[in-house]
Design a protein around this ligand. Sequence first.
Ligand SMILES: [Zn+2]
Length: 191
Amino acid sequence: MQAEFPDFRPGNVLATAFTGTLSERQGTPVERIPTPHRLIDWLEANGLAVDSCSTAQLELARELRESVHVAATAAALGDTLPAAAVRVLNDCSAQGRAAAYLTPEGERQWRLGPASRVEDALSVIAADAISMIAGERDGRLALCASPTCQAVFVDTSQSRTRKWCDMNTCGNRQKKARFKASRSFQRESAD
Ligand SMILES: [Zn+2]
């Protein structure tokens, strides 16, 4: 059944993995959490398992996602942070009751509230986005060089010159496009 839905894109940064659930924003957007159940799947895959999700909670999640995208893009460009987006991040951060929990193996897990509400999970994502936008994370906030993507990512490369949000998707696509362009140019020149 679920094979008909687009895959999730993996990521080390929770906030940008979340904004990546809508990809190709500047081209033909791909919605990777089209239904409440897909949001449940995504949250579980990212250590934030919840019991249920309503349509309204999915809408709230998407509102947070786009607010993270807008605020992080402004931060990457050095622009003023849009007040509406900041408000959504702060509201989502304040609404949740998630607690950090240290496992005996020394790993951090998130404990959501008794009902494992989506709002608790969103508060963890909002807090991660806030620390990313505030510059507390190691790395530079950058925008993907793919014209159809322009997603925000955290560049942790040593030279801080990474161009694409994901080498396996945007990076490869750009390389292929350049290769094709240079091939057709060579053909035209030969005529
Ligand atoms: Zn990209």
